[in-house]
Design a protein around this ligand. Structure first.
Ligand SMILES: Nc1nc2c(ncn2[C@@H]2O[C@H](COP(=O)(O)OP(=O)(O)OP(=O)(O)O)[C@@H](O)[C@H]2O)c(=O)[nH]1
Ligand SMILES: [Mg+2]
Length: 304
């Protein structure tokens, strides 16, 4: 099963996948005001966002669909085209990320979204062609977080710089960059905590990490990837807003699209923030990260 098929399979698990929901709405009844209202509500529940749902409603309303004769594909194409149009300009390939010696990639996100796992998967992709990877364990909030990153480092053959639980995360990040420079590493991936006593602590600590690496390389971090969990729905929007306030985000990675996520949230995030989208997480294993392709995504969420 290739990753695209896995993605489709994952989204088909969703109890109210967009396409089957649309299917029910469109094909069982005639399209009238009521059905357009239902359609709009359904899209909102599918996490595409209020604005996109309104715009799609217009498109459906203005398309002359004869429910008796219209082919399913034709109708789904309206959605797919709409999604592609919004998301295509946001594709950002890992090959096109900032190249430096080393490129420092800071990974942000609230707790449990998949930061550490995504770092493992990213490290595997970036480590191809003998590129040297260093992982910085700047989530010192829990000892388990360092262990988890350690396991990934072994799995993907990366070096890891770590410290004890409770150590200053910024100083771990600093040491990790020092090490990566000295060893001529290609990429330094910095893991950060998602859980601190309160949001202000979390954000202050993150700011400090982003600042301290500049002492070694004024352009660092070269990339800051924000990890979003697709299953958390609209709260992803707030998370982007919060992190954007403290640091420029250069890429979004959305995880857990293999589970019960409704999938529409990526469209909502893309439409609202227009931030580059790097990759999609489709599982817990090292190969479960797919480079973001807008058309694949748009087709996958409409193909169940
Ligand atoms: N199904 C699925 N699970 C994922 C994916 N990415 C991460 N996970 C799982 O989500 C859980 C949390 O992942 P972590 O990588 O530990 O998340 P984190 O953001 O580092 O969490 P904290 O460090 O506690 O803030 C783990 O059980 C992962 O295996 C994904 O794409 N799909
Ligand atoms: Mg973690």
């Amino acid at each position: 099963m290739n990753i695209f098929e896995k993605f489709k399979l994952g989204l088909s698990k969703s109890s109210r996948s967009l396409s089957s929901g649309l299917n029910e709405l469109i094909f069982k009844k005639k399209i009238d005001e009521n059905i357009l209202n239902e359609l709009e509500d359904f899209l909102i529940q599918s996490d595409v966002g209020v604005e996109a749902a309104k715009e799609l409603r217009e498109k459906f309303a203005n398309t002359k669909i004869d429910p008796k004769n219209a082919s399913k594909d034709e109708i789904f194409k309206i959605f797919s085209n709409y999604a592609s149009k919004i998301l295509k300009p946001l594709e950002k390939n890992l090959k096109n990320i900032h190249i430096n010696n080393p490129s420092v990639i800071l990974v942000a996100g609230v707790n449990g979204v998949g930061k550490t796992t995504t770092i493992g998967k990213l490290g595997k992709i970036l480590g191809q062609n003998k590129k040297k990877i260093v992982l910085g364990a700047a989530d010192t909030f829990r000892a388990a977080a360092v262990n988890q990153l350690d396991v990934w480092a072994k799995k993907i053959n990366a070096d890891i710089i770590k410290s004890h639980e409770g150590a200053d995360p910024a100083s771990v990040a600093y040491k990790a960059l020092e090490y990566a420079k000295k060893n001529n590493s290609d990429y330094l991936l910095i893991d950060t905590a998602g859980r601190l006593q309160n949001k202000k602590n979390l954000m202050d600590e993150f700011k400090k990490i982003a600042k301290v690496v500049k002492k070694i390389d004024t352009n660092a971090p070269h990339e800051t990837f924000l990890i979003l969990d697709a299953t958390t729905g609209q709260s992803a929007i707030n998370q982007v807003e919060e992190f954007k306030k403290i640091t420029p985000i250069t890429g979004i990675i959305m995880t857990k699209l293999d589970g019960t996520a409704k999938g529409g949230i990526l469209l909502a995030v893309g439409k609202k923030f227009k931030l580059p989208i790097i990759a999609l997480g489709m599982g817990e294993k090292e190969d479960d990260l797919q480079a973001f392709d807008a058309e694949h995504y748009a087709n996958a969420i409409m193909s169940n």
